[in-house]
Ligand binder design. Structure first.
Ligand code: NAD
Length: 275
């Protein structure tokens, strides 16, 4: 079984991005936060730290867990109008009752480095240039890095969220895979997933995918990041069980995650250099 780690790829993307940053105007990323969820705050701080390492300025715009929809929308619009800000990201979760999709429509598409504006997803679905959600882009980058063939192959995506599952289905289709999307209402998940030559899991349930879900030799990408309660992370795939069946498998942590962060920063550098 081949372990598909993301660290080397993430490092390569960062090195290339640092060179792009050094050659142009300093990019500035604004991350809007409206939560006190510790895992989310940890994540945005880690992005800011990684950005600083590449010469990208990063501002955390913390509206607090009591933020109202109007306030979030106005903040995103203000950042869109600010010529000194090149990338804008809205961290989830948002306060109860506020739709992330509705809010993300207020992100300027030219600064939408995590492809969250519905316009970006629409353009992706239509095959037009757009910023792609960084996690979905990271899955594709990992598959390419390890030379995984996609054309004509059976790919199954587990999860249909707007941030991961749906954009990924489009990206895999664009590469001529035969794509099936499964989700919480899928009957007999194991029957669907065990037909996959390439299986991508983005659900958010520790150990959902066991050996019985995986075909011998399949390439398995685990997007899930589930807090273990002791400061660690676990994936959606039972690594030890699936390692005995799969041909290749990403670890959690150290698989998709580092590549996602690196691509967010690459997108920010590219946004700063848009004509
Ligand atoms: P989400 O909650 O928005 O979507 C989960 C999806 O899983 C839904 O479409 C649902 O239908 C499906 N689902 C739920 N239970 C299921 C079941 N029993 N069987 C099959 N499908 C089921 O989550 P999301 O935002 O797409 O994130 C998914 C996971 O990926 C989470 O663990 C999240 O933390 C992680 N994530 C990781 C990164 C990264 O960079 N590594 C980035 C974003 C999200």
């Amino acid at each position: 079984m081949r372990k598909l780690t993301g660290k080397e790829l993430a490092a390569a993307i960062k090195t290339q991005t640092a060179a792009e940053v050094a050659a142009g105007p300093q990019p500035r990323l604004a991350v809007v936060v409206a939560t006190d969820d510790e895992a989310s705050l940890w994540y945005v701080r880690s992005i800011a730290k990684a950005a600083a390492g590449l010469g990208i300025a990063a501002d955390l715009v913390d509206l607090g867990p009591g933020a109202r929809a109007e306030q979030i929308r106005e903040t995103l619009a203000r950042l869109g109008a600010d010529a000194g800000v090149h990338g804008v990201m809205l961290q989830t979760p948002l306060p109860a009752g506020i739709s992330a999709q509705e809010m993300a429509a207020a992100i300027d598409p030219r600064k939408d480095i995590d492809g969250a504006n519905p316009l970006s997803l629409g353009r992706l679905a239509a095959g037009l240039p757009a910023f792609v959600p960084a996690t979905a882009a990271a899955v594709m980058a990992l598959l390419d890095h390890y030379g995984v063939e996609l054309a004509g192959r059976r790919a199954v995506v587990v999860g249909r969220s707007t941030v991961v599952g749906k954009p990924l289905a489009h990206l895999l289709l664009d590469r001529h895979a035969t794509v099936t999307v499964s989700h919480s209402r899928t009957r007999d998940l194991a029957a669907v997933t065990s037909a996959a030559e390439v299986l991508v899991v983005a659900v958010g349930r520790t150990g959902l995918i066991g050996a019985e879900h995986v075909a011998p030799g399949a390439v398995v990408i685990d997007v899930g990041t589930n807090p273990t309660g002791d400061g660690g992370l676990a994936g959606d795939v039972d690594f030890d069980a699936v390692a005995g069946v799969a041909g290749a498998l990403t670890p959690v942590p150290g698989g998709v995650g580092p590549v996602t962060t690196a691509l967010l920063l690459r997108h920010t550098a590219r946004a700063a250099n848009l004509p």
